[in-house]
Design a protein around this ligand. Structure first.
Ligand SMILES: C[S@@+](CC[C@H](N)C(=O)[O-])C[C@H]1O[C@@H](n2cnc3c(N)ncnc32)[C@H](O)[C@@H]1O
Length: 470
């Protein structure tokens, strides 16, 4: 019987016997070193949102000690006694709290500025927010999540990050085929898996593990790959990752895929130098499988992961045209009134459309989304209500302080910033006493949300569902 103690909660969990026996037989001499990694604490990481702040500037203002993660320039380890999720900079979207090994996936496939990328199983948004930072304003990201509840968390994280050019879908992989054959430069399959690599992080994952789960996950993974290969352009890259050790969900899934799809090949990538090679001997010996990457908790400062990057060598070149969404421009009058009243450059608000009563700024290129469950068509700006426009939280977080005419800028170490996040009223600066209308609330210059001021009074519009209770 092998027990692990969870350092955060103090809970002790017995690792499944079947899992221990399997790791012993797979790892042989290396097993002792591997199993000892459970005596150490897990690692804690955060990744800077480089679309809002440079790493250099972030390090100047973040009040806690950080240590660089070798494989991700914007990633840092923090100490477990630090609670970055409670700092106002988190609410302002300056970083994403992410397990350090998980940051390697996007680094491996290395999306470039302007790329068109699909993140097929995206919630809660770790990879998506990292991709968005890399492709920049000119790229296009389709961020998809099959589970509607998890898709909600995905939308929240995308909006907190202030990402504008992402379409969020709630679809099964199969239903994407009609719209996106040969459309993407890069596809990320961060697959659902048995989670063996996360045992040290989350006791729930140990409880749900079974040999049957490993088998059923490997079938799901193969099914997802069998759909997404069609979505890539010739020359495009497919990233496949799991947070589990079982060869059935890793090398064996990749080998089966390569056998069926000779137009794909595994490639070496720059970050592989930090990690261990894949294990051909855990499949049928195909030496190419050593190009996969294994992230072992006894070899690196991070949890267990598997990553493979494959290139599509051949396929049809399909041309896509930009879709327009017909919009009733007369209804946009209230939105433009808002822009004139609140923004320094209202004329910058172009490519605007209305879907139902929601106002969006569309990405530069819009694919055909007919028949798909679309949760976001790009930057969600707000809602048209009877005779007025109400700006969204997503609009606030996608703006910069310099974009708005009125701003209440709070200090990150002030009680007022916490009061704002609690949903309470706060004092307004003298310069705004005689002003009225929607105003941005910032922390050290970074948007947190909206308030409305009138006659010297402050009305808090921080979303109810996000308010803090400490
Ligand atoms: C490892 S998690 C993704 C983590 C995410 N990429 C991130 O970085 O935050 C796997 C995701 O796959 C989704 N999933 C489950 N079954 C699926 C299926 N059949 N097809 C596609 N996605 C699936 C789960 O809902 C889950 O959100």
């Amino acid at each position: 019987m092998f027990k692990i103690k969870f350092w955060e909660s103090g809970v002790t969990v017995v690792l499944p016997d079947g899992y221990i026996a399997k790791m012993k037989s797979l790892l042989g001499d290396e097993y002792e070193e591997f199993i000892q990694s459970y005596d150490s604490e897990r690692y804690y990481g955060l990744r800077v949102n480089t679309s809002k702040i440079s790493v250099e500037d972030f390090l100047k203002i973040f009040p806690y000690e950080l240590k660089p993660i070798p494989w991700c320039e914007s990633g840092f380890y923090y100490r477990k006694d630090v609670k970055p999720g409670k700092h106002p900079y988190h609410a302002a979207g300056l970083y994403y709290i992410q397990e350090p090994s998980a940051m390697a996936v996007v680094e491996a496939v290395s999306p470039q500025p302007g790329d068109v990328v699909l993140d097929i199983s995206a919630a809660p948004g770790g990879k998506t927010t990292q991709i968005a930072n890399k492709i920049g304003e000119k790229g296009l990201l389709i961020s998809n999540e099959i589970n509607p509840l998890r898709a909600k968390a995905l939308v929240e994280n995308i909006e907190r990050f202030g990402i504008r050019n992402t379409i969020v879908l709630n679809e099964s992989p199969e239903r994407l085929l009609n719209s996106f054959r040969g459309f993407f430069d890069k596809v990320i399959v961060d697959a659902p898996c048995s989670g063996e690599g996360m045992f040290r992080k989350d006791p729930e994952v140990c409880y749900s593990w079974s040999e049957g789960m490993v088998k059923s996950c490997s079938k799901t993974q193969a099914r997802i790959l069998d759909v997404v290969f069609e979505l890539l352009k010739p020359g495009g890259l497919l990233s496949y990752s799991t947070c589990t050790f079982s060869p059935e969900e890793n090398e064996q899934v990749i080998d089966e895929f390569l056998k069926k799809h000779p137009e794909f090949e595994l490639i070496d990538v720059a970050v592989s130098r930090f990690f261990s090679p894949g294990r051909p001997d855990w499949d049928d010996g195909n030496p190419e499988l050593s190009k996969c990457m294994r992230l072992w908790p006894h070899k690196i400062e991070g949890e267990g992961h598997f990553i493979a990057v494959l290139k599509k060598l051949d396929g049809d070149d399909i041309k896509y045209s930009n879709k327009k969404i017909k919009t009733n421009t007369s209804k946009l009058e209230y939105f433009y009134d808002f822009c004139k009243d609140a923004l320094v450059k209202p004329e910058d608000m172009d490519n605007i459309t209305i879907v139902g009563d929601e106002v969006y700024m569309l990405p530069d290129f819009l694919p055909n989304l007919r028949g798909l469950k679309v949760l976001r068509y790009g930057w969600y700006l707000g809602q048209l209500k009877k005779g007025r426009f109400e700006p969204s939280h997503a609009m606030a977080l996608g703006l910069r302080k310099s974009d708005v005419l009125r701003c209440v800028d709070l200090k990150s170490d002030s009680e007022e910033v916490l009061d704002y996040l609690r949903g309470q009223a706060i004092g307004i600066p003298e310069s705004l006493y005689r002003k009225s209308g929607w105003s941005l609330v910032c922390v050290d210059g970074f948007p947190l949300g909206w308030c409305k001021i009138a006659g010297g009074n402050f009305k808090n519009h921080y979303p109810k569902g996000l308010r803090i209770n400490w």
